[in-house]
Design a protein around this ligand. Structure first.
Ligand code: NAD
Ligand code: IPM
Ligand code: MN
Length: 357
């Protein structure tokens, strides 16, 4: 991903820890990120912001304009925990904060890696190492992040509720191009585009733009799967995929499926990006996990690996690699949280990581 300031030694990071386990996993990850940063000669200046369900219920504020402007103009990255709370059934605060930042900062790439970091984390029967010597599961999802049904356009009248799905040529083309660019830069040889153009006529735009953009990348095989078939194939043979590009909603669903293939939401990271821009928002794929909140057993690894994606964006890929190495080692050991079949606590995982970075 694009580095903002390769020589930058202090990065200003705004933190929106949010709801439920959000604050637990973010506060667990921060000391680890600080240690790795220091080791690589970087310093992270954290600024904690209060925006959350609690704050909304107390003040009526979701994300005030001044806060948005500050996030837009003054920080190097935003790290978000999770948003979602039963006391806000309409999820207005998450719409304004999470979706609002994605839309208003035009973070059109939601980058979600799916990588098997330890062979026993997959529920599938797979060879530990694929034919090319790569880990058995290692693909990334490029989820379109600014259009689709997420814009919330539509209308309700009487018994009829219409949700519109927005697909613009510009929006579709730029996410497809981002996927190919990333594939090319990372030596990948296959990009799979997924839509539902057999049932949804407007998905024709995905077919058209995919064909046009693919021509510019002759070394990369461009293939298409309808999203239903892709869901099946991801379970049957995930090791054949390298880069998947799809719309907002399908990307949301496939990224949870992808997480399920490699250990679950407790370890799934994501980055919201606009390639070439300094604006970026980093969040674990998981939500606020209300049932786990306050129990001290939330898995902090998704948040830690999300910090790794943040290091890449800030121009410190070696720090990201260091974090991933430490995570692999921890996953091979005993300090696992219950979601990964262990009985470790959030703190135990953090201490194990702390000895490795
Ligand atoms: P969820 O991700 O919160 O939980 C799904 C399952 O994964 C649960 O079994 C949960 O216990 C488990 N899980 C999630 N994160 C975990 C972690 N770090 N360690 C261990 N186990 C973990 O999804 P949900 O239950 O569908 O949603 C709960 C709330 O979170 C909703 O309000 C939803 O809208 C919101 N949500 C927010 C985000 C976000 O802010 N990025 C993402 C997804 C869901
Ligand atoms: C995610 C989440 C969000 C989404 C929700 C909380 C709006 O599920 O980041 O994957 O659907 O994008
Ligand atoms: Mn999701």
């Amino acid at each position: 991903m694009t580095a903002r300031r390769p020589d930058g030694r202090t990065a200003k990071i705004a933190v929106i820890a949010g709801d439920g386990i959000g604050p637990e996993v973010i506060e667990a990850a921060i000391p680890i990120l600080d240690r790795v940063a220091a080791k690589h000669g970087v310093s992270l200046a954290w600024e904690r912001l209060p925006y959350s369900a609690d704050h909304y219920l107390k003040t009526g504020e979701t994300l005030p304009d001044a806060a948005f402007q500050h996030l837009r103009d003054d920080v190097d990255a935003i790290l978000l925990g999770a948003l979602g709370d039963a006391r806000v059934p309409g999820n207005e605060h998450a719409r304004d904060i999470l979706l609002g930042l994605r839309f208003k900062l035009d973070l059109y790439v939601n980058f979600r890696p799916v990588e098997l970091l330890h062979p026993d984390l997959t529920p599938l029967r797979l060879p530990a190492v694929g034919p090319s010597g790569r880990p058995a599961v290692d693909f990334v999802i490029f989820r379109e992040n600014t259009e689709g049904q997420y814009l919330g356009r539509g209308r309700s009248s009487g018994d009829e509720h219409i949700a519109e799905e927005v697909n613009t040529g510009k929006g579709v083309e730029r996410i497809i191009r981002a996927a190919f660019d990333w594939a090319k830069a990372h030596g990948k040889t296959r990009v799979t585009m997924s839509d539902k153009s057999n049932a949804i006529p407007t998905h024709r735009i995905w077919q058209e733009r995919f064909k046009t953009v693919a021509k510019e990348y002759p070394g990369i095989t461009a293939e298409h799967r309808y999203v239903d078939a892709l869901a099946l194939e991801l379970v049957r043979e995930p090791q054949r995929f390298e880069v998947i590009v799809t719309n907002n909603l399908y990307g949301d669903i496939l990224s949870d499926l992808g997480a399920g293939l490699v250990g679950g939401l407790g370890i799934a990271a994501s980055a919201n990006l606009h390639p070439g821009s300094r604006h970026a928002l980093f969040e674990p794929v998981h939500g606020s996990a209300p049932a786990l909140t306050g129990k001290g057993v939330a898995n902090p690894i998704a948040a830690v690996l999300t910090g790794g994606l943040m290091f890449e964006h800030l121009g410190h890929p070696a720090a990201a690699a260091d974090l991933k190495r430490a995570v692999r080692t921890v996953l091979a050991g005993r300090a696992r949280t219950p979601d990964l079949g262990g009985n470790g606590s959030t703190k135990a995982v953090v201490s194990a990581l702390g000895t490795l970075v």
